[in-house]
Design a protein around this ligand. Structure first.
Ligand SMILES: [Zn+2]
Length: 581
């Protein structure tokens, strides 16, 4: 039986505009300029007028953000189309700088308004905190540097998006080759792994030069804003009011103490089962029971169908949302050449609907990605009524709880979608993946923490630093003879190029997601209700309050990791002992 899908406009109707013509899509700065000019000059005689002004500004900002997202998505879907890329770049490098400059003037106008203090303090607390920060950090000379940075990031997407390999008579993206790393034939795995790396290393020099340029730009931006280093600047720029860089260092130490030992036990178990003397990097995805790679689906429709069954098991509304997105053309999942790597959810703020992008193979990992992005989409849909626009996205430390907790909850039901043996494998991989993921996050974050605060940042220093971090947080995997590949490992981490310091959030949020999962295992209905309760608040409250609303504790230092790892290991061990068929 299929659930009837309500008409689109009944499910998530577009907001009724107050100020702009319906369907307004700003094509150029000249469409936005008069709107922002009116906001700059409008009389604001009292607090009622001021609040209306904030909401009207939010509508104009949403129109801009919606168009910017559409162009970004179009460019991600086809990195080889010059016209699409030009339209995206035009927005990022011509329109966005204008918006930033006028936004700073509007921010100042707001902060200087004598009526501001008559507004509801609790309602506007987060907005005001963000606005004060934006004014404090804004430097007009940084606008051009940020536009240049954006260009360089697009270049990273171009270089990595063009990475394909000719093999067995056809062209493969590196993503599509991923499934061969699950093959039982160790020789085949090694061949594919080496092929992937040969291709990556071809662009090593180019990526290093690109990174040199990015480092230079970032150092300059931090200095312009009066900071000694980019790390401290970025920490504040990200609005990390509720934790410090020192908390991140404590988190690294807690990962080392509580997660790494379990990660090593899991790798030792893998080595034992595979009857190997040492684990090599291509031995990490193969099934321990010697089964062939499992492809739970073949195309986008199949991908959506599998994810939908899992989401339905958590709550039918989440499954129905995914189907609705598929019908509305709000998903682009399949891999193809000249598509950006990675996956993301972005919201078209004008219509207040989410869009999910992925560059999928056909593995269980791709199912996990879609469930993850569906968690982000659920978040966007649950808080779509909030005003102003900034309240419709939570800080990453919480928005990744939405996505990762969705993954954890859905994995509890994997047996509804997969055959028993595959379900067991997927669940075990998921518990191992969480445990492997935390030291990787610590590696990436500790690498950046040091890189942006130490004197030397040249290529040799980067390599040395990366090696040091891999030694600290790596498991027992034998990389001998593969030192070049290992040293270049950081280059495949898109975040280091495109969104520096956006990574530790994944660890903080994973800690939150594991707490949701622990609650879900004991009382699923209550856990889902609280999860929703947290998501509904979008980004309208400080992080500790968002966590509390979801029934969990905000723990940026990782003090709960010991308890969470015990639960993870218990669930993992139970799977190891379950009968094999
Ligand atoms: Zn995410």
């Amino acid at each position: 039986m299929t659930t009837p899908t309500p008409a689109v406009d009944d499910r998530y109707p577009a907001p009724v505009p107050r100020l702009l013509p319906a369907g307004f899509r700003p094509d150029a700065w000249s469409d936005l300029e008069p709107l922002y000019r009116e906001l700059e000059t409008r009389a604001l005689p009292d607090s009622v007028a001021l609040e209306q002004w904030l909401l009207d500004r939010s509508e104009v900002d949403s129109a801009f953000a919606g168009e910017a997202s559409r162009r970004m998505v179009a460019a991600a879907c086809d990195t080889a189309d010059d016209e699409t890329e030009a339209r995206h770049l035009d927005y990022q490098t011509v329109v966005l700088p204008e918006v930033k400059i006028v936004s700073d003037r509007l921010d100042r106008r707001y902060l200087e308004s004598p009526h501001r203090l008559q507004l509801d303090r609790a309602r506007w607390l987060v907005h005001d905190r963000d606005t004060e920060l934006a004014v404090r950090l804004f430097r007009e000379e940084n606008v051009a540097l940020e536009a240049k940075e954006e260009r360089l990031c697009t270049e990273y997407g171009r270089i990595t998006g063009a990475m394909t390999v000719e093999w067995r008579g056809r062209t493969w993206t590196l993503q599509a080759l991923g499934k061969f790393l699950e093959e039982n034939d160790a020789g085949l795995r090694e061949e594919v792994w080496r092929m992937i790396w040969r291709r990556r290393l071809q662009d090593r020099e180019r990526l290093d030069s690109l990174f040199d340029e990015l480092l230079g730009l970032r150092g300059k931006m931090a200095a312009n804003a009066g900071f000694a280093n980019f790390r401290d600047y970025r920490h504040l720029e990200y609005g990390r009011f509720d934790y410090t860089p020192d908390d991140c260092l404590a988190l690294h130490a807690n990962v080392e103490e509580h997660v790494l030992p379990l990660h090593r036990r899991m790798l030792a178990e893998r080595r034992r089962r595979l009857e190997l003397d040492v684990l090599r990097p291509w031995d990490l995805s193969v099934d321990l029971e010697g089964r062939p790679p499992f492809e739970p689906f073949q195309d986008q429709a199949g991908h959506v169908a599998v994810a939908r069954r899992l989401l339905d098991a958590v709550d039918p509304v989440f499954g129905a949302d995914l189907v609705w997105m598929a019908e509305r053309g709000l998903l682009d999942l399949e891999t193809r050449p000249n598509k950006r790597p990675g996956g993301f959810m972005d919201t078209f703020e004008d219509a207040r609907v989410p869009f999910v992008f992925a560059n999928s193979g056909t593995t269980h990992g791709d199912v996990e990605t879609l469930i993850h992005e569906s968690g982000h989409a659920a978040h966007a849909l649950l808080c779509r009524e909030l005003e102003p626009v900034g309240y419709r996205s939570a800080p990453l430390e919480f928005s990744e709880v939405a996505s990762m907790a969705m993954e954890c909850m859905a994995m509890e039901h994997i047996a509804v979608a997969y055959p028993p043996a595959e379900a067991r494998r997927a669940a075990r991989d998921s518990f191992e993946g969480i445990v492997a993921g935390l030291p990787w996050i610590a590696t990436v974050d500790a690498f950046q923490q040091r890189l942006y605060t130490q004197e030397r940042t040249d290529r040799a220093a980067r390599t040395e630093l990366w090696r040091e971090m891999r030694a600290r947080f790596g498991g027992d995997v034998d990389w001998s003879g593969l030192e070049t590949e290992q040293a270049a490992g950081w280059q495949r981490q898109l975040h280091l190029f495109e969104v520096p310091f956006y990574y530790v959030e994944y660890a903080i949020a994973q800690i939150g997601a594991l707490q949701v999962w622990m609650r879900y295992r004991r009382d699923p209905q209550a856990a889902v209700a609280e999860y929703r309760n947290g998501l509904r608040r979008g980004g309208s409250r400080p992080l500790p309050e968002l966590y509390a609303a979801a029934g969990i504790r905000f723990d940026p230092r990782g003090e709960t990791l010991g308890e969470l790892m015990t639960e993870d290991e218990t669930a993992w061990s139970a799977l190891l002992q379950s009968p094999r068929r």
